[in-house]
Structures are given as C-alpha cells and as structure tokens.
Design a protein around this ligand. Sequence first.
Ligand code: PEP
Length: 247
Amino acid sequence: MNESPQIVAGNWKMNLTLSQGREFLRRFKEFMGQSRPPRQLLLAPNFTLLAGLAEACGELGIGLVAQNCAPQESGAYTGETSVAMIRDAGAGWVIVGHSERRHLFNEDDELLRLKLQAAAAGGLRPIFCVGETLEQRQSGKAAAVVLGQLETGLEGFAGAGLMIAYEPVWAIGTGQTAVPEDARQMHLEIRRFLARRFAGGGLIPILYGGSAKPQNAAALLAQPEVDGLLVGGASLDPESFWRIARA
Ligand code: PEP
C-alpha cells in the first residue's frame, strides 16, 4: 500500500467544450468550499481545453492530464499532439494506453512503449492503463494479459513519475464494476510486478478504473492495494466527481 494520499482522476474523454469545462470548475469550486477532499485530484479534459482550464485547475489544486500524446517529438504528423505542446498547455500528466485508444484506435503495446518513453523524455508523468477483456477474464487469462501489457509497455522505462491504471475493459462505461476483491487481487499482481521491475516500484500508485461512481467509490478505495480511481462518466458531473473524491 502506498502511503501517499489517494488519487482521484477524472477522464472527460471527448466530452465538454471549454465553456462547459469552465462551468464544471465553477460548480466544483462551490463543492470544494463545503469540504475539500483529502485526495490528490486530477482531470483529463480534451486537448483543446487544457490551456483554458490550467489557471482554474491550479487554483483548486487539481492537476491537469492529457488524454493521449504522440510518440514523436515534433514534425509532419498532422493531427498529433506532442509532449512539449501538452506541457506548454499546462498539463503535468498524460494517459497512455486507455482501452479506447487500444481497441478503437488499434494502439498496441509497442506504440504505447514509445509513447511512455516520449512522455518520460519530455517530463510528463504517464498514467499507463492496462486491463483485460471479458473474454480474457472468462478464459482465466486476465493476469497474464495485464502483466504482458506491463512487460512490453514498460520495457526501457525508468519508472520516474509513473502511475498505473488497472481498467478491466468490460467495466469501462458499462455500469459493471469489478468486485472490489478482484480489483485488489489484480492490483497486488501489478504491484509485485512493479516491485520486481523498479527500485521502489512497490510505491508506484495503482488506480482502479471502470464504472466507478459515488455509490461504489468508498468500497473500491477501501481496498488496501487501490491507490485511487480513474473515473470516466461519473467525472462529467461536478457533484458526482466531488462525492467520489471524498468517498
Ligand atoms: C475511463 O474512461 O477510464 C473509465 C473508467 O470510464 P467509466 O468510469 O465511465 O467506466
């Protein structure tokens, strides 16, 4: 178990415009005025919102996260966003390997390895997502799949600033959440892997993601191996994000 404060990160995916993001933060600030959660808060809006939300997030102590990054430093890569651009826009973290990137955009472990290295080289802290499909879980391969994703993705990575998000694919956006005990067991497997791989790797934060909401956040956060949550749908509403953050 990591002794640092737990982390609650919201992933807005391709939702909310800049004005909607500003309105979210205005309302979130009111909830924060009622009681400040004892957790580190992060938000991952779309690229187009990063610079416009940086100041308000800074005032609220919320860290800004990009949802993706290019593996290349710069150049003729139309439509891509580099690590330097993300940092310049005010973000300090980047999500790498979200299951929607893996499955909808065919990002494989090799590409994700390059993205992780680009993030590290450019000073962005990666939140590296791993997780198995329902079929892989049902055939008893969940741990092998997740450890394989870590093995390939983290090859050559030094470990600095790393965070892992365990997000079973079948639990993302489906309303189905992993049983807290299953989440704990997978987090333990991941922690053992990280402890073998990196000096001090047992302290790398491991977040759980997959239909986390105010109703189940406390049970998930109470698991000894769960260092925080990565929240999709329920992070779009300021009240539900705040309730998760203080669950
Ligand atoms: C996510 O997008 O990382 C996620 C966990 O989504 P949801 O909470 O909606 O399942």
